[in-house]
Design a protein around this ligand. Structure first.
Ligand code: KIV
Length: 269
């Protein structure tokens, strides 16, 4: 199984004939062990764990300590995978806090890279310094969930010319600042194609069409692990919610009336 590095990842461009990069989110040790045995290229300990693991309403509630706990568990299980950990909301609002917290998350989690959202002057300056000090950075533009309140909701980006130009310039600036890869979340397909063709580093899309250099999905959506249906752009490959529920209900049913004093049967435990 291939073990990626920033060098191998930087060289992955589908227009040049590479296979697309496949990235899935991961939040726990056992799933990390399983994914470690697959051909998955990258694991993302996304702050989406706030939604799917911790039941928060938005990723704004996720803390640095939580990201350290989950990403270090993933790295313990996925020794041979390139693991990316999300820098959570509010931990990089200033240059100094960004350097300190990204470095702390990188060191404590042992992840191979850190992902942070946005590409304004502030983030670009931060990315430049972090990469200069040896912390590989994955960028993330388009729908940036940490800014949901500022953006005014979750929606597709790059619909008008102005926002298309802005996103293209942001992607180019992220590459220039030193990012080794850029996530494009909910970006119109035509634009994500154009961005992917304009960069020499790979793009990884989610809800952004087929022409990015890779795709990322929330594993809990892919396996339909939650009660709610996954977002439209994700076609689940199983329904783990129903599978787990049925299996547990079967177990409960089977043992419901067992009483070794009455019928001599013993519990299935
Ligand atoms: O937090 C996350 O899982 C993410 C992906 C959806 C890109 O940032």
């Amino acid at each position: 199984l291939k073990i990626h590095t920033t060098r191998s990842l930087r060289a992955t461009k589908i227009q040049k004939g590479s296979s697309p990069l496949q990235m899935l989110t991961c939040y726990d040790f056992q799933t990390a062990q399983l994914l470690n045995e697959t051909e998955i290229d990258l694991l993302l300990v996304g702050d989406s764990l706030g939604n799917v693991i911790l039941g928060y309403e938005t990723t704004v509630e996720v803390s640095l300590e939580e990201m350290i706990v989950f990403s270090s568990a993933v790295k313990r299980g996925a020794k041979n995978k390139f693991v990316v950990a999300d820098l959570p909301f509010g931990t990089y609002s200033t240059f100094e806090s960004g350097i300190e917290n990204a470095t702390k998350l990188f060191q404590r989690s042992k992840a191979e890279a850190i992902k942070l959202e946005g590409a304004s002057e502030h983030q670009l300056k931060l990315i430049k310094r972090l990469t200069e000090t040896g912390v590989p950075i994955m960028g993330h533009i388009g729908l940036t969930p940490q800014s949901v309140h500022e953006l005014g909701g979750y929606y597709v980006h790059g619909k008008d010319e102005k926002s298309q130009e802005k996103l293209l310039q942001e992607a180019i600036a992220l590459e220039k600042a030193g990012a080794f890869c850029v996530v494009l979340e909910c970006v119109k397909e035509e634009l994500s194609k154009k961005i992917s063709e304009s960069l020499s580093i790979p793009t990884i899309g989610i809800g952004s069409g087929d022409f990015t250099d890779g795709q990322v999905l929330v594993t809990n959506d892919l396996l339909h692990m939650g009660k709610q249906d996954p977002p439209k752009f994700c076609q689940p490959v199983a329904n783990f919610y129903e599978l787990k529920k049925t299996a547990i209900e079967k177990y409960i049913e089977k043992n419901k009336n067992v009483n070794p004093y009455n019928d001599g049967k013993t519990l299935n435990h």
